[in-house]
Design a protein around this ligand. Structure first.
Ligand SMILES: [Zn+2]
Length: 351
């Protein structure tokens, strides 16, 4: 006689009517909207439940449909996690914004940014209904979450974590992820991370790379970060692998966009991760004949956390996003010098 203990388990987890028992992984299609062709829009949701008790967490990607690097991170995460070793429940969503993913766009239909409409409304506009479905079926059932993004179109970001560092639990998650840069910002109204945190589901956001691309390096950093957080929260144990601590970690309260003052063709000479000082030349703006119009100098000191990937400027174009460093500057300088020394040593050993 088969005795299905799962059926007796009062603690059966359920999404959109599909039940997931302890020690089970289920792939669920969650219906969130409908298309112009009268078919349903369904989000793929993987629910992994450990045999042992633990928290419930979500990891989401492509809330902005063109920010696809997180899709690869979630794919690797699903591959790495097995429910026999997991404690608690992990809900992994590789693509949240299905319409945007289809069209390689940030937006939902009617040019609405899904990440401004959380927690959503049951009878609201298309974006509010979409957000409400995810929020009520997934987010509100979790204890914490991680939302994976890249820079917006035309920009590239240094891997960084964003979160409200005044919130003790958000701070714990942000620190655990292990990014060098943590931007202390509570988030915009209607964003998943702000509204989830407000609703009692502390959430951090990972920003790295650029739209429309899978970067192996960023996927590795992202996956390691997510596993670091799951380990910190007692859901997972790193598999004999040494937890890789970042060379430094600074919490940044202020950042600034350095903007072009002139129109022209940009020859940018800094990249994400570079330390720049006030008055450093960060690039040159040229006219179509190749003559220098102006050299761009940084008005601030800090670490480059984002750059434009577009080669053209007009007055006001954001060129370089700098995390301002004051008290932590010497810490970052020391750490960068150390890493440089190690690199040089490795180079000379190879010779
Ligand atoms: Zn985004």
């Amino acid at each position: 006689m088969t005795n299905n203990t799962d059926e007796k388990d009062p603690d059966v987890f359920q999404i959109s009517g599909t039940q997931v028992a302890r020690g089970e992984t289920r792939e669920i299609y969650l219906k969130v909207s409908e298309s112009f062709l009268a078919s349903g829009i369904h989000i793929p949701v993987t629910v992994m439940r450990g045999k042992l008790d633990g928290p419930t967490a979500f990891v989401t990607a492509a809330v902005h449909g063109d920010e696809i690097n997180g899709v690869d991170i979630v794919r690797r995460l699903i591959f790495d996690i097995d429910h026999d070793r997991l404690r608690g429940t992990l809900i992994a969503i590789p693509v949240v914004n299905i319409p945007g993913f289809h069209t390689q766009s940030r937006y939902l239909p009617y040019h609405r940014d899904l990440n401004r409409f959380f927690p959503g409304k049951k009878r609201g506009n298309n974006a509010e209904r979409f957000a409400w479905k995810i929020f009520s079926e997934v987010i509100s059932k979790c204890d914490f979450g991680i939302d994976l993004h890249t820079a917006a179109d035309g920009r590239m970001n240094l891997p960084q974590i964003r979160g409200n560092m005044n919130h003790p639990m958000v701070r714990k998650l942000a620190r655990a992820f292990g990014a060098t840069i943590v931007i202390d910002h509570k988030g915009l109204r209607g964003s998943l991370r702000l509204e989830a945190t407000r609703a009692g589901v502390p959430t951090i956001l990972f920003e790295a790379g650029e739209t429309g691309k899978f970067s192996n390096r960023i996927s590795i950093i992202g996956l390691r970060g997510v596993l670091n957080v799951l380990t910190e929260m007692g859901m997972w144990k790193h598999d004999g692998r040494k937890e890789t601590k970042p060379p430094f970690q600074v919490i940044v309260k202020n950042s600034e966009w350095v903007r072009a003052e002139k129109g022209g063709i940009l020859d940018l000479t800094v990249k994400p991760g570079d330390l720049i000082y006030t008055n450093d030349v960060i690039g040159t703006i040229l006219n179509p004949f190749g003559k220098t119009v102006t050299r761009m100098r940084s008005p601030v000191t800090g670490i480059v956390i984002g750059v434009t990937t577009a080669p053209l400027t007009i007055p006001g174009t954001g060129v370089v996003h700098v995390a301002l460093l004051k008290k932590t500057l010497s810490l970052v300088e020391r750490s960068i010098r150390k890493t440089q020394k190690k690199k040089n040593k490795r180079k000379s050993a190879k010779k």
